[in-house]
Ligand binder design. Structure first.
Ligand code: PRP
Ligand code: URA
Ligand code: MG
Length: 209
């Protein structure tokens, strides 16, 4: 069974409070999501493997460690996942980015795929699928399935806010995938919105409503 990690670092929780606030405007919302993505990336990469190397300091040789050789990929689920990409790239600039475009049909709440563009060596990479919201779990499940269908095996899911329903759905369909979230909220309303949540992440990031 996949594990669920709640990133409860005080800085993440503090910024999430302002992300949720209805009075936070687009510019601040975008900056806060970016910052939280960086902080969550710090947590998610905690157990990444290191290699030993030696470097010359100005006065001696030092035994050091680097993460070279680890091939990472960031996979945002469009649109809202885009808001988390730069924050992660700040920490891991060598990561490649693949895009999966999905929108959720407002009537059926089923995800509809409209775009997939992945790095050619995606199967060899350790992937972090990012999306601020895990609601019914349909979008995350479809994105993970799309990656697995292309031969990807090392996949983590990183979301800001999850509904219990979404976590359950991902655990059921993809029990091998670990999930990292900043918060698990109460429930989904009749329109599939996370309560209390933050509203529509894509609209708040891009100012479309
Ligand atoms: O878990 P689910 O029930 O599938 O819902 C979550 C999805 O809904 C939102 O995307 P949306 O469909 O609003 O598209 P957008 O990012 O383009 O706004 C969100 O960013 C997730 O991708
Ligand atoms: O609460 C929700 C649920 C799905 N998508 C969002 O952007 N917000
Ligand atoms: Mg949206």
């Amino acid at each position: 069974m996949s594990k669920v990690f709640i990133c409860d670092h005080p800085l993440i929780q503090h910024k999430l409070t302002y992300i949720r606030d209805v009075n936070t405007k687009t510019k601040d919302f975008r900056e806060l999501v970016d910052e939280v993505a960086t902080l969550m990336a710090y947590e998610i990469t905690r157990n990444i493997q290191l290699e030993n190397i030696q470097v010359k300091t100005p006065v001696a040789t030092a035994d050091c460690r680097i993460i070279s050789g680890r091939m990472l990929g960031i996979i945002p689920i469009l649109r809202a996942g885009l808001g988390m990409v730069d924050g992660i790239l700040n920490l891991i600039p060598a990561a490649k980015v693949g895009h999966i475009g999905l929108y959720r049909d407002p009537e059926t709440l089923q995800p509809v795929e409209y775009y997939v563009k992945l790095p050619t060596d995606v199967q060899e990479r350790e992937l972090i699928v990012v999306d601020p919201m895990l609601a019914t779990g349909g979008s995350a499940n479809l994105a993970i399935t799309a990656l697995k269908n292309r031969g990807c095996v090392q996949i983590k899911l990183m979301c800001l806010i999850a509904a219990p329903e979404g976590i359950e759905a991902v655990q059921k369909e993809h029990p091998d995938i670990d999930i990292y979230v900043a918060a698990i909220d109460d429930y989904l309303n009749d329109h599939g919105y996370i309560i209390p949540g933050l509203g529509d992440a894509g609209d708040r990031l891009f100012g479309t409503k």
